[in-house]
Design a protein around this ligand. Sequence first.
Ligand code: FAD
Ligand code: DHB
Length: 392
Amino acid sequence: MRTQVGIVGAGPAGLLLSHLLHRCGIASVVLEARSRKYVEERIRAGVLEQGTVDLLNEAGVGARMRREGLMHHGIELRFGGRNHRIDFAELTGGHGVTVYGQHEVVKDLIAQRLADGGDLRFEAEDVSVHEFDGARPKIRFQHQGTAQELECDFIAGCDGFHGVCRPSIPADRIKTFDRIYPFAWLGILAKAAPSQDELIYANHPDGFALYSMRSPEITRLYLQCRPDEDLSQWSDERIWAALHKRLGDRADGWRLNEGPILQKSVTPMRSFVTEPMRYGRLFLAGDAAHIVPPTGAKGMNLAVADIRVLAEAFDAFYRLGSEEGFETYSETCLKRIWRMQRFSWWMTSMLHRFDDRSDFDQRVQLAELDYVTSSRAASESLAENYVGLMRR
Ligand code: FAD
Ligand code: DHB
């Protein structure tokens, strides 16, 4: 079997790359370890920057997102019994973000690839990548009980943080940067109407909490918890009690709506970057190359930004024979990645409870929140990073 670009992973990065390549007349095969149902139901990110929305629209896969996505022009920060709105529209000249679940983006991309006759292989087992330091890379895998080999011009490693592509690069040819946080997020999806339109990021003495949503009927909520948290210790009652306490039912009557909990999960928090994001004819993109803690809502947006650059590089190569896009791919992406690493780390540090912090550190954290919510310059900095104004 042969193709031009072999793609490992059918998350947002791999599917979007396959779709953009198809629009440039470049063939690809996507190999995914999980089932279609699993990837379509995997609940993760929810906040799309305008650049992500624009790319999905330009690529012709934005119709349902335009209908069902919720446009947000601000967020609320709650801390020390106070409540402060960061007005993105006012601070950034009208910009905002769109709340639309990552799994909906994945569903839209899968439907489009299949409608265009795309080759997506779900439940591909034992995927391994070979000979990408030469001109004829190969991907070996098992599919429906048969061993297969896919020969390709290039391999795109879009297989997430726990994938096989990054570890296949000789360890002395890449450098990784890593930071593990001493907490995780317990996330729930609840069948409850959102109690307000905008997201709430809360810093509370018990730990961070985040109020978000997916639709007019579904609320998405997160609680800071221990990294080794045992979900069985979190009954629905305990979760709601912690959410009410940390988000703080307000004197003006605001109160978090409750409803049946549809899904619970624990997400560890990590910052991670691989440099460079290319080795020979293997390119890493998205979570395969970098991870951010979710506080800044940047992970999927960074994956999409990588793919925009990578798809352009492939287009220039196949149309014009130019390898310049390949040479600059890593550097171009890393500039944005490090900016967003800084922002995600900063949001995480400002909003979470750190058990090992001194009283001094805790006062400095509150002073930071006070500054961000009272200085226009500081609010503007948060707003422009959150909506993702950075161009290349
Ligand atoms: P993934 O989505 O991880 O896709 C990789 C794919 O590769 C998967 O389908 C996996 O099954 C497959 N795979 C893995 N190994 C193999 C293998 N060996 N062979 C074949 N296939 C393989 N980001 C935002 O932008 N905004 C947010 O609001 C946000 N919130 C988040 C909240 C949570 C709780 C979490 C967990 C993440 C959040 N993120 C957010 C981050 C975002 O979900 C990720 O950054 C995004 O999924 C990255 O996409 P990807 O395609 O690179 O990787
Ligand atoms: C959501 C996730 C995030 O990480 C974030 O910062 C905001 C919202 C969400 O899942 O809705």
